[in-house]
Unconditional design. Sequence first.
Length: 360
Amino acid sequence: MAVILTNEGSVLARKNVRAQDIADRLGVARPTVSTILANGGRSNTRVSQELRERVLQMAEELGYRPNAAAKAIGSGRFGCAGLVLSSTDVNRSNVPGELIFGASDALESQGMHLTIATLNDNQLTDAEFVPKILREWSCDGLLINYHTHIPARMTELIENYQVPSVWLNVKHEHDCVYFDDLQGGKTATQTLIELGHRRIAFSSHHWEGSEAHYSEHDRRDGYLLAMRNAGLKPDVSEPYSSPEPAKKPIDYWVDRLQSADRPTAVIHYSATRMASIIRAAERLGLSIPRDLSLIGFGYRPEYYGQVIDTMIQNDREFGKQAVEALLEKISKDNTKVQPRVLAVQYRPGQSVAPPPKYAR
C-alpha cells in the first residue's frame, strides 16, 4: 500500500500503486513505464536515460512495489527457491547459518529470494499426503536438505511432480552438492604422516544401529587409503560401538591411550565431539600436542583455550554452489546436472605437532 498525493499535497487515496499511476503522473504511456520498471532501470535503447530516471524517481516517491503474482503469471517464474527441511528430526536436516547466507546471497544476485518449508516425516508415510510446496507450484526449484533417513515417498513425490531439485550434503550420482570428505580424510592423515607420525588412529562417532552419513565412510576411507599408501597399519576406533555397552567414550579412550601401542595422533570425525579424547588424555597426564596430536572435521572449536586443527568446510560457498546447481537445473528444463563437489581445507591450530621422540 502507498499514499498518493494530489498536486496540492493532500492525500488522494491509500491504495496499491500501479504502473498506470506512475504513467498518469508523468504523462507518458503505461507500456513505457512498465518496460522501465521491469528492467529495473537498466539501459534500454527504446527510452532515454532522462525518462528512466524520472520514472524510477516517481516510483520511489509513490512507494511502488512490483506485483510478484503478476510477474509470475507473465514469466512463469516466481523468483524464489525453497529450502526443504525435516520438522521431525533436526539432526536429519541440520542447516548451518552460513549455508543459508550463501544461498540467499547467490539468489539475491539473480533477483530471487529463499523460502523455507518444513515437512513432517510421519505424514510422508501417508500415500494420500502431498506437501503444499509440491502440491502448489509456488517456487522455481527446491534445495532438499535431508542428510540421512530420507523417506522413500519424499523421493517419489519429487520425481513425480517434476520440481527442479538439488540435494544438499548427500552423495548421489547427479543433482547434488557435497563435500569431498574422502580427500579430506587423506589430507588430514598425510599431514600427520609428513610430521613423522606412524601410529595414527581414526575415531568414528557413529552410533551402532543408526544410519551413517556418507561422510562417515568417506573420511574413514580417505584415512585408510593414506595409511595403506604409506605402508602403515590402520587403527579405526569406534567408541560408540564398543562391545561393552556400559563403557563411556572417555573410559574407552583412557584404556586406549594407556595401551602399549597407543596412537600418537587421532583424526576425529567431528572436531566438536572430541572432548572425550581430550579429557582422557588429561586424566592420564598427556599433553596436547606434545604427547598426542588431534585433527577434527567440521567447525573449529577451542578446548581450554586451545584451538583444534580442523578440516574446514566452507558452508557459505556450499550454499552458493547449491543455488548455482539449482539455477543450472532450472535453465536446462529440469534435466540432470553433475554433482558439485567442494574441497575440505586443512586449517592449522594448536593441537598438532611431531610425535614424541620415544614414539618415533
